[in-house]
Design a protein around this ligand. Structure first.
Ligand SMILES: [Zn+2]
Length: 332
């Protein structure tokens, strides 16, 4: 907001050149520049020890989209105070750890928004009158509930991305879900020995599922690991328990490949987390769609892909003519 009158004395502002700022409103009475005014607010992703994010609905904002906890910073309090206060006021959760993520300028409302990750220990929601409903969603599902490209969406995507990049950038380690889970995620490439080993397990597993290696002969060369630069591994301590990777397919499309979680670690949403993080990465790399190929026998995998919004499409190269291959696509 640009001042036309001095907010202190009510004198009509004049325009005056102020140093590097150039021409700006000035009160000749107070002899003071009248800096543009914009409110400062906080927005935060509330994350619990199970990797779930609290999203709420406020009918006065939108009847269909979920939003993150957000609110104005009051005079005299810090942005951190405001986060702790708003999280408690709006949904009755107590913040146990707070990390600043980044800021956003919300043009539509001419407002500065400071984005935080607020960790809480899951307790029952107690909502304020401003909140119509609130629910926990897995971090990987939360993105789907938010308006694409909106500030809440950008913040949740950024946090999902930092969780994935936790090992590559140690400074981002504070974002790893390891505080709560024993599972951590690391970025690497196709030459990583843990990846090669998990990939071999996957081969054995797939051969069993389809009833013999000879039924997968045609796929052998298609599953080679060279040329793979985007690999995400899941670890329990130093023990690699799951993998997934991206392989370039065409200019606009990337393929999701080698999705595998050791059988004893299934049922903990590890593959879902791997996929969601790689989707964020694919989007970041500028791809517009993500492709994958599976088989009808892989029923659990098919169910997972479909639940994440992948749609069955006619077989794309190099799977044309392979009737047992099922091809899926998701637009990013
Ligand atoms: Zn004045």
């Amino acid at each position: 907001m640009r001042f036309q009158y001095c907010p202190k004395c009510g004198t009509k502002a004049i325009m005056k050149v102020i140093g590097d700022e150039g021409e700006m409103p000035y009160c000749p009475q107070c002899e003071a520049p009248l800096w543009d005014l914009f409110p400062v607010s906080i927005i935060c992703t509330v994350l619990n020890e199970y990797g779930e994010v609290a999203l709420l609905r406020q009918d006065y904002v939108s009847k269909t989209n979920y939003v993150c906890v957000a609110g104005f910073v009051k005079a005299g309090e810090t942005a951190e105070d405001a986060v702790t206060r708003e999280v408690f006021e709006e949904i009755g959760q107590t913040v146990v750890k707070l990390d600043y993520v980044r800021s956003y300028y919300y043009e539509k409302k001419d407002m500065m928004m400071l984005g935080f990750l607020a960790r809480v220990k899951k307790t029952e929601f107690i909502t304020s009158g401003e909140v119509d409903s609130v629910e926990w969603f897995l971090l990987s599902e939360a993105l789907e509930k938010l308006r694409v490209g909106g500030i809440a969406w950008q913040l949740v995507a950024e946090i999902g991305n930092r969780v994935a990049g936790a090992l590559v950038d140690h400074s981002a380690g504070a974002f790893a879900l390891e505080d709560y889970h024993k599972i951590t995620y690391r970025n690497t490439d196709g030459t990583n020995p843990d990846f090669v080993q998990l990939s071999n397990f996957l081969e054995t597993y797939l051969n069993q599922v389809v009833g013999g290696a000879e039924k997968r002969q045609a796929y052998k060369s298609l599953n080679a690991l060279d040329g793979i630069h985007e690999v995400l591994l899941a670890y329990e301590g130093e023990h690699a328990v799951g993998c997934a990777c991206l392989k370039p397919h065409s200019e606009n499309a990337v393929m999701l490949k080698r999705v595998f979680v050791r059988p004893e670690y299934r049922g903990h949403h590890i593959s879902r987390e791997l996929l969601t993080c790689l989707e964020v990465r694919a989007r970041e790399l500028g791809y517009q769609q993500i492709l994958l190929q599976t088989r009808a026998e892989c029923t659990v995998a098919v169910k997972l892909y479909e639940s994440l919004g992948y749609e069955r499409v006619p077989n794309f190269p190099p799977y044309e003519g392979m009737s047992e291959a099922l091809c899926y696509r998701k637009k990013l």
